[in-house]
Design a protein around this ligand. Sequence first.
Ligand code: AHR
Length: 514
Amino acid sequence: MKDFYLPLIGLFLFLHPLMAEAQNTVKLLPSEDAPKISRHIYGHFAEHLGRGIYDGLYVGEDSEIPNTAGVRNDLIEALKRIKIPNLRWPGGCFADTYHWKDGIGPKEDRPTVVNQWWGGTTEDNSFGTHDFLNLCEQLGAEPYLAANVGSGTVKELADWVQYVNHGGISPMADLRKEYGREKPWNVKYWGVGNEMWGCGGNMTAEYYANLYKQYATFMADWSDSSDLYRIASGASDDDYHWTEVLMREVPKHLIEGVALHYYAVIDWNNKGTDIGFSEEQYFQTMQRALKMEELIEKHVAVMNKYDPEKQIDLVVDEWGGWYDVEGKPQLGVLFQQSTMRDAMIAGATLNIFNNHSDRVKMANLAQTVNVLQAVALTEGEKMLLTPTYHVLEMYTVHHDSQLIPVEIISPEFIYNGESLPALSVSASRGDDGNVNISLVNIDSRKGHNVTIDVSNLEIETLKARILTSEELQDHNTFEKPDEIAPASFSGFSIRGDELEVALPPFSVVVLSEE
Ligand code: AHR
């Protein structure tokens, strides 16, 4: 959609009472006690899966595609623009098959293995620990290493920690220096296994809790800052028993975070396709996506029982939409296009995380490039940024800002007799003192007028941007990479203590104080 139409559409909806309903209110309730929204909620995830690493992030040092140490420059720049705070690697399910020593030393000497979970492809280990950690340094992102518990050993993990974090003389630090890296990387974030109830080993929560304690005990903290952050492999969806067992069994000195994985999937046996979905499937996807709020609240209720002081964080280290691709999907590739539906998932989910930032301190969208709800897609030299990317870029205003709690009376998004709240909101105040408000209208048919009570905030002037399009299925293509991009938005006005915003159907709007 052309940028210049958007302010006109906003103004039209704002003035047209039949197209946009009134009396939907939002109250902003600033409080000194409100938590900071950790920028790590805006984290990413890159697995050795399909074209995620090879032919995605990493094209190799000899590629004609402009790269730095084998990683495509256009992607590095794009990720820097969304201020990528952390990157989880090497999996996913792949993590519990990964033996990190396969990926160090001269590339020609690295062994070739089979990628068991993702299509049985050949993994030549040319992208390994140094490649990943150096990339994170370049991105200014914290690395989050997911360690192998399912098919690894306690010693293998203890050695990995020593290899990347030990600053003195030790067997692993000496090996690291031999392979060209003098200083340690001081990696803080460590996942102790992945999906241990499934691809990580099909364990019970009780068995894993014991195993977790054993692994975590031997993860010596060699880092300069002595702040190793160990994340236990968490529950899937609504498996509250899993969270209960970990919280009950693992002593607090051994754990900093508990994970949760949740994907917005209509039906695991019939996911629907990435582009050719119906309005009904859109509604079902949003039903699943909004369930994130209930899941967080219920897992947090379990955590509160054992940890009322909130010493242990909830880390949603895999989330996003998951569909089938049009045509014949390739085994274990998980490539999908990203449409306006994905922008709705991203905007609403990030608002949920922001509003629960007292306990949700970290999250990782699955997965960065060419896999699932990616922020970028590549084809040879070409790269496109998805609608999801643009939502993340618009929401950078919330990184490390203080949450402003909100109360919402939402209009309904009604489809076939069922309804969902159409409106999702979160707000924060940055270090510069400016207020930022992100609003999402997931309603595929109707625009909604929203009245925001800003009486406690002394807002004078605001600027706004919008992400929307004509059709829910719209997406960027390699031929037309900029069809969907944020545009400036004027469909709002401030009258005294009230801010009125006219949200077009399926749109994300971010208002920022100037
Ligand atoms: O993100 C794809 C896969 O989904 C991950 O490897 C796994 O952890 C999850 O089931």
